[in-house]
Design a protein around this ligand. Sequence first.
Ligand code: SAM
Length: 233
Amino acid sequence: MQDNRAEQFNGDQEVDVATVSHPVFARVYERLSVAMDRAGTAAFRRDLVAGLSGRVIEIGAGNGRMFSHYPPGVTHVLAVEPERRLRAAAERAASTAPVPVTVVDGLAQALPAGDGELDVAVVALVLCTVPDQASALAEISRVLHAGGQVRFFEHVAAEEASGLRRAQRLVDATLWPKLFAGCHTNRDTVAAIRSAGFQLDELRRFRFPATSNSPSSPCVLGRATKPARTVQQ
Ligand SMILES: C[S@@+](CC[C@H](N)C(=O)[O-])C[C@H]1O[C@@H](n2cnc3c(N)ncnc32)[C@H](O)[C@@H]1O
């Protein structure tokens, strides 16, 4: 549900954005995310942030299930979460996190950070839901310095021409986004990361759950870098 128009800061311009309100989904996700972590996503979360250091922005932090996994080299996490109930849960999780975490309201398409301020951006199960991946990734690129990293763990489109890909198209056009707060299963997130100008450093593709044929089972976990500025000749 999109409501309550709000003004947010996006780099050097103010943009008019809608806030995100999904109280039913939020209530369900608080339990579902714990069950998913027990079933295996906790291990992916650990891998996602392994070895990180410096200033991190986590986008769409949900109820804060990533926080306990940040390694000690991380000096600060700016956790952006637009959904009120999930943000309150994230604030509770931040209070016991092993590294300093500040939870703020905000949207991927208008991140509350200045240009080049951050070393790393973390996205976990979020680029399936943002209204426009290109805008979100452009914002991520803006707030990272050259050489900064994106770490991503996302469910994505299945192989082109597969039965599962056809099923993904069907569920995206019908009930899935309504049931799961705007989530889409048929997004080629790795292509979107490349198109946003990031250099892909590492990519794992797998199914979660491992033997599942659910529309949200094809997953990617990886790292990409914002290239250093090139001097125009
Ligand atoms: C499936 S949950 C994932 C939460 C968390 N990242 C995790 O790994 O458990 C998707 C999250 O994206 C958030 N979200 C939805 N639209 C967003 C937007 N435009 N910008 C940032 N976050 C958004 C939701 O509120 C929700 O917390």
